[in-house]
Design a protein around this ligand. Structure first.
Ligand code: NAD
Ligand code: ZN
Length: 360
C-alpha cells in the first residue's frame, strides 16, 4: 500500500471579518507577472454589500459568475482563460469568492493560465504539466471541503473529473464565517451534510487511520453542535464551527477515502446533473444498513431541521439509465475497496450497484 502524501494549503487566515485583510494578504503577490488580479465571484453577491468590499484595484478584472444550475465546465474555464490572456497577459493571481463551484473555477483557472490547450486534456491525476499561478480561496458556503482539496472538479464533454495535482491546492485560504451567514437554510443543510458524510465514510472503511480519524472526529463533533445539539441552527457561533468542520472533514477524507454514498452520488450527478451535496443527502437517507450509526444521526438532523428530500426517484429510471449511472459508480474502485474491504469486487457488482440506485 502506498501512503498518501498530500500538499496542504500554504496559508490560512481564520476569523470573523478576516476577509477585510485581503488587500494586505495579496500585496506582495501583486509584484508578480503583469501586476493585476482576477477575481471570480459568485453572482449571488452582485449588488450585495460584499461586492463593494472586494478590495479590487482598478487594474484588476472582476468576473461575477452564475453557478446555477450548472456546475463548472471545461469550456467555461477555457473561454475565461482565452479572454484574459490576450487582454492583459498573465495575472499575478486568481481569487475565488464563493462555494465549491467558484473555488473550483479559481483553482482550474490558475492552472489553465499556464498550461496550453483545453482543460479537457488535464482531467485526471497529475496530468497538469506546469505550476499554475498564485490562487486564493474565500469560501462563502461550507461543506464540500473544496477549500482544502487537491482537485478542481470540471464537467467536460466526456467526463466529470477534476484537474488533480499538488498545484491545484490553494496558496491561501481566508475563512471568514461572516460570509456564510446568508446561505439559505436548505443549502446550509445539504452542504454541511456533505462534511458529515465525508467523515462517516472516511471512518467507515479499511483506509481510516489515526490521522484521518482525528480530523474526522473533530469535524463530526462540530457537525453535531451545528445540526443536532440544543444550540443547533444557523447562528454566528455555529457558522464559526461549520467553516472549521468543512476544512477538517476535507482533511479526514483526503487521508482516508469516501465510500458508498459518494460512489453512488457521482453516478447520480453525472447522469442527472444533481448537485453534489444534495445528491449525497438523497442517497444517504437510504444507507442505514451500510452506515447504521451515521444514518441514525443523519435522520435525526433531517427531522430537526424539517428537511424534505425527494423520494421514489427510481420509478422513472429504466434499465438503460440505471446501467449508465451504475457504470459511473462502478468505476470508482478506491471507494468500494475502502467501504467494503478487499473482496469488494465480489460485492460491488453492477447488479449490487443498480440495486442501490433502485433504493432512491
Ligand atoms: P455552490 O458553489 O455550487 O453554491 C451553491 C449555491 O449556494 C449557489 O446557488 C450559490 O450561488 C449559493 N451561495 C454560495 N454562497 C452563498 C452565500 N454566502 N449566500 C447565499 N447563497 C450562496 O456550492 P457547493 O456545494 O459549495 O459546491 C458544489 C460544487 O463543488 C460542485 O461543482 C462540485 O462538483 C464541487 N465539489 C468540489 C469538491 C472539491 O474537492 N473540489 C468537492 C465536492 C464538490
Ligand atoms: Zn462530498
Amino acid at each position: 500500500m502506498t501512503h498518501k502524501n498530500f500538499k496542504n494549503i500554504d496559508k490560512v487566515t481564520y476569523g470573523r471579518g478576516s476577509f477585510s485583510q485581503l488587500t494586505e494578504t495579496i500585496e506582495p503577490i501583486r509584484k508578480e507577472n503583469k501586476n493585476y488580479f482576477v477575481f471570480v465571484v459568485d453572482n449571488y453577491f452582485k449588488g450585495k454589500p460584499l461586492s463593494t468590499k472586494l478590495q479590487n484595484k482598478p487594474e484588476d478584472l472582476v468576473y461575477f459568475i452564475d453557478v446555477d444550475p450548472y456546475e463548472p465546465t471545461t469550456q467555461q474555464i477555457d473561454t475565461l482563460r482565452d479572454e484574459i490572456l490576450p487582454k492583459k497577459g498573465l495575472p499575478s493571481g486568481v481569487i475565488g469568492i464563493g462555494g465549491g463551484s467558484i473555488m473550483d473555477i479559481a483553482k482550474a483557472l490558475s492552472l489553465m493560465l499556464t498550461n496550453e490547450g483545453s482543460s479537457t486534456l488535464y482531467q485526471g491525476l497529475n496530468l497538469i504539466k506546469k505550476p499554475g499561478i498564485y490562487h486564493l480561496g474565500v469560501p462563502t458556503i461550507s461543506g464540500t471541503g473544496a477549500e482544502v482539496s487537491m482537485t478542481a472538479v470540471l464537467t467536460g464533454p466526456e467526463k466529470k473529473l477534476g484537474l488533480k495535482c499538488d498545484w491545484t491546492v490553494f496558496n491561501q485560504v481566508i475563512l471568514d464565517p461572516e460570509l456564510i451567514a446568508s446561505v439559505p437554510t436548505d443549502w446550509w443543510f445539504y452542504t454541511g451534510m456533505d462534511t458529515y458524510i465525508h467523515c462517516i465514510e472516511s471512518h467507515g472503511g479499511i483506509r481510516n487511520n489515526a490521522f484521518s480519524l482525528a480530523y474526522g472526529d473533530q469535524a463530526l463533533n462540530l457537525c453535531r453542535e451545528v445540526y443536532l445539539n440544543d444550540k443547533a441552527g444557523q447562528t454566528p457561533e455555529n457558522d464559526d464551527k461549520l467553516m472549521v468542520a468543512s476544512l477538517m472533514g476535507g482533511l479526514s477524507l483526503t487521508y482516508s477515502e469516501v465510500g458508498v454514498c459518494h460512489a453512488i452520488s457521482y453516478g447520480l450527478s453525472k447522469i442527472h446533473g444533481t448537485r453534489h451535496c444534495y445528491a449525497n443527502c438523497i442517497i444517504f437517507q437510504h444507507l442505514g444498513d451500510i452506515y447504521p450509526e451515521g444514518h441514525a444521526e443523519f435522520m435525526q438532523m433531517i427531522k430537526k431541521h424539517k428537511i424534505n428530500l425527494p423520494q421514489n426517484l427510481s420509478k422513472d429510471w429504466n434499465e438503460e439509465t440505471l446501467t449508465k449511472m451504475a457504470n459511473v459508480s462502478y468505476n470508482l474502485p478506491f471507494m468500494w475497496n475502502h467501504a467494503l474491504g478487499d473482496n469488494y469486487k465480489e460485492i460491488a457488482t453492477m447488479d449490487y450497484i443498480k440495486d442501490l440506485f433502485r433504493r432512491l
